[in-house]
Design a binder for this molecule. Structure first.
Ligand code: UTP
Length: 290
């Protein structure tokens, strides 16, 4: 059976990023660089690798820098060309998608992740879509997370989320899966609980910010039910799809950096810098002195 292709991806970037104040007073969290690329660029690259055609950014006040970043900087391009800086020009490639491939929607109040996704409903329409949380940097260049998920979707259809086993003590920070049948890295999802109270989590499989969802989830989100933390939770709307549509979790096999958290952001910078030929040796030399 063939399933509708996943052509659109929603990037919820409406959060206030309070854990990175004061920087995020003027710079959106998604623009903070890991080595030399903004966090959001890693997520966009992952979407491109998965064949996504249209990127939908759900933004908010104070996020204008995102639009500047994904625009064509005419003067910069002209000056790099004049100076023969081919490498620098090439680096700009994935920041300049052709017109129409990026759409912006405003989330007018920070009512939660589910609300942010719902804000994009008129653009996704009746198609299945992906959601990528850019502050989760899922690093697996050989097998990018969303591309692997699309592979599972093509076989099984329905909804597919990316998960990782987290320590029991951390389960209260995540949406947690109640697992069914396990087939290699793919687990059937029988239930989902957002931020379960300590000791009540149905497993240690936590959702880590990548989703392939069917359009019906938008109808569930439209009810604007408040969940954990008084926010409209994506997890709660997804849970309503279980049993109605196929629902699977794919365990991520790469390295996950939670860049919404200061320590995660710093370790991401160190880990990715160490992989780079240009800056890696100097960083390694410094770390060896500690
Ligand atoms: P977080 O829980 O990390 O919130 O959101 P935040 O505001 O970005 O950061 P802190 O906790 O204040 O430091 C997880 C993801 O959901 C998006 C965020 O942009 C981030 O990608 N989000 C969250 C929205 O788009 N809108 C919301 O109302 C809430």
């Amino acid at each position: 059976m063939t399933h509708k292709p996943i052509r659109k991806a929603i990037f919820p970037v409406g959060g206030q990023g309070t854990r990175f104040l004061p920087a995020t007073k003027a710079v959106p969290k998604e623009m903070l660089p890991v080595v030399d690329r903004p966090l959001l660029q890693y997520a966009v690259d992952e979407a491109l690798a998965a064949g996504i055609e249209q990127m939908i950014f759900v933004t908010a006040r104070g996020k204008a820098a995102l639009e500047e970043y994904f625009d064509v900087a005419g003067e910069l391009v002209a000056s790099l060309k004049a100076k023969g800086k081919a490498a620098e020009l090439a680096v700009l490639d994935t920041t300049q998608l052709t017109p129409g491939r990026i759409a912006y929607v405003r989330q007018q109040e920070p009512a939660g992740l589910g609300h942010a996704v719902w804000c994009a409903r008129l653009i996704t329409g009746d198609e299945p879509f992906a959601v990528l949380l850019p502050d989760e940097l899922l690093w697996n260049p050989a097998a990018p997370a969303l591309k692997e998920m699309v592979g599972v979707y093509e076989q099984r259809g329905g909804n597919v989320i990316s998960v990782l086993e987290v320590p029991e003590a951390h389960t209260s920070r995540y949406g947690i899966v109640r697992p069914g049948t396990v087939d290699g890295l793919v687990t059937e999802v029988l239930g989902l609980v957002e931020k379960p109270a300590a000791g009540t989590a149905p497993s240690r499989l936590a959702a880590i910010g990548r989703y392939i969802l069917q359009p019906e989830v938008m109808t569930a989100l439209a009810a604007h039910k408040r969940g954990a933390g008084g926010e409209i939770q994506l997890t709660d709307a997804m849970a309503e799809m279980i049993g109605v549509q196929p629902f699977h979790a794919l365990t991520f096999t790469g390295v996950r950096h939670d860049c919404g958290d200061k320590a995660g952001f710093i370790t991401a910078n160190v880990a990715l810098a160490l992989e780079r030929a240009d800056v890696g040796p100097a960083v390694r030399e410094y770390l060896a002195t500690l």
